[in-house]
Design a protein around this ligand. Structure first.
Ligand SMILES: NC(=O)c1ccc[n+]([C@@H]2O[C@H](COP(=O)([O-])OP(=O)(O)OC[C@H]3O[C@@H](n4cnc5c(N)ncnc54)[C@H](O)[C@@H]3O)[C@@H](O)[C@H]2O)c1
Length: 433
């Protein structure tokens, strides 16, 4: 379903009208394409407080040129902010340049992990979160603002490249933590998944199809799993991407064993994308609507994850990316079943991530989409759909490609230091934290 309002406000009269009437003014986001794979403009590197981060070599490898000429990206290294006084340097650094950041550009604030033994450092570093989210809400013109907590720039390279590229166009207002640790850079940053196998559930259409496309672009052999009734579509996607289709209802009690049997050489990336909604308010919700949603969105995710980890089918160095939703983080009327299932996904990620990494070398993360333009959201009644599209800092819906790019970053071989994160792909939705 095309966003006609976004097209209208892309014209000069439409922009004028929106401004005069005080209506939202979404900007056309610049997304990744083979022709324009990088942000068009300079990178401006600023510092607040005394930083020990060796950032320059990693920033140099992003391919962005250094300069101040209408920067497409501003990186503020605030890892050295340890007290309220030093917070003034955050203001001093960004205040003069924020206006000049290019349309659909990036502001990336780098912070340190909170030090529980130092309440002044914790206060100052926590302040960066409120700052980031507030700037994200006011900056406008399709520009994003995110906060990355890190102790080592090399461990964060895949994340810095993602956040400083057009791939993260719909990720804003997020706080992402990077663990310390060794990472292995891929031989080719353009095809980081070459030689790897990725299975995507619910990939016959919508977000799952885009995820399969993006992982194939990054070099993976993709296995396109969907229900037997959608096998022709799944086969079509697989053929287009040079992958394999797998017709399977993910709620089958032995789904994990059947995936392992279909992939005798195992797999490297497991994307739990399949999901359904069966909306009703709790007072009107029969048990079967409750249980079908819990079963597809959560029960089967837990079961297949357990089976593929226990059998060793998911290789060491593997990646699990699950799909939560802002409805699971913020709650949504008519979606007690869906909200419960998606909050459950976040719980699964947080508890399993440290153990899966320690015992199996596998990371576990979640994407939490906001309003994404798919068949699922096209079915929402007009006025609610329109509100859903606009109720975020970018004043527009995201595209399946936005969720797919975020998934590809989490699936990246150099993202082994990104673990246990629930990353919203929601244009900084007003719903929830
Ligand atoms: N579209 C959005 O705005 C949005 C927002 C938040 C979260 N999500 C989540 O993103 C994921 C994809 O959403 P979408 O909008 O692309 O949905 P969609 O309905 O377009 O596609 C879902 C796919 O999952 C498949 N599927 C459903 N049950 C299955 C089962 N038992 N076994 C195997 N495959 C099954 C479907 O056949 C379909 O191909 C879902 O988990 C959804 O909850 C979507």
């Amino acid at each position: 379903m095309a966003d006609r309002y976004l097209s209208l406000t892309g014209t000069a009269p439409g922009r004028f009208l929106a401004r005069r009437l005080g209506l939202p003014q979404p900007a056309q986001l610049k997304r990744w394409s083979a022709e324009a794979p990088a942000l068009a403009g300079d990178l401006l590197h600023l510092t607040a407080g005394k930083s020990d981060l060796d950032l320059t070599p990693v920033l140099d490898r992003t391919g962005l040129t250094r300069g101040e000429n209408q920067p497409a990206a501003v990186v503020l290294d605030a890892t050295g902010v340890r007290d309220v006084d030093t917070l003034a340097e955050v203001h001093a650094a960004l205040h003069p340049v924020v206006r000049s950041v290019a349309t659909s550009g990036r502001v990336l604030v780098l912070g340190s992990p909170l030090d529980p033994a130092d309440h002044h450092q914790s206060a100052a570093q926590q302040a960066l979160e409120g700052f980031t989210r507030s700037l994200g809400k006011e900056i406008g013109r399709g520009r994003t603002v995110n906060l990355l907590r890190l102790t080592d720039a090399t461990a964060a390279e895949s994340t810095l490249r993602f956040l400083l590229s057009p791939r993260s166009a719909y990720v804003s207002g997020q706080m992402i933590c990077i663990d310390a640790g060794e990472v292995t850079a891929p031989a080719d940053w353009d095809r980081p998944l070459a030689g790897r196998t990725a299975l995507v559930t619910g990939a016959a259409r919508g977000i799952g199809e885009a995820v399969a496309e993006t992982l194939a672009r990054d070099g993976a052999h993709v296995v396109v799993l969907d229900v037997p009734a959608d096998e022709p579509d799944a086969r079509g996607v697989a053929e287009r991407l040079g992958g394999t289709a797998l017709a399977l209802d993910i709620t089958a009690s032995d789904a994990g064993e059947r995936i392992a049997a279909a992939l005798p050489d195992g797999l490297d990336v497991l994307v739990h994308n399949a999901g359904i909604t069966r909306d009703r308010r709790l007072v009107n919700m029969p048990g079967d609507r409750w249980s079908s949603v819990l079963e597809v969105n959560l029960g089967s995710v837990l079961r297949t994850t357990d089976a593929l980890l226990a059998s060793g089918a998911l290789h060491s160095g593997g990646r699990i990316v699950t799909t939560a939703s802002i409805a699971g983080l913020a709650g949504n009327a008519g979606q007690t079943n869906y909200g419960a299932s998606k909050a459950g996904v976040a719980g699964l990620v947080r508890a399993l991530a440290p153990r899966a990494l320690a015992e199996r070398g596998v990371t576990v993360n979640a994407v939490a989409p906001g309003f994404i333009e798919t068949r699922m959201t096209a079915a929402i009644p007009l006025f609610i759909r329109e509100a859903g599209r606009r109720m975020n800092s970018l004043a527009q819906g995201g595209l399946p490609a936005d969720v797919a790019e975020t998934t590809a970053w989490l699936a990246h071989p150099a993202s082994g230091t990104v673990n246990g994160q629930v990353v919203r792909v929601c244009g900084q939705s007003l719903l929830g934290a």
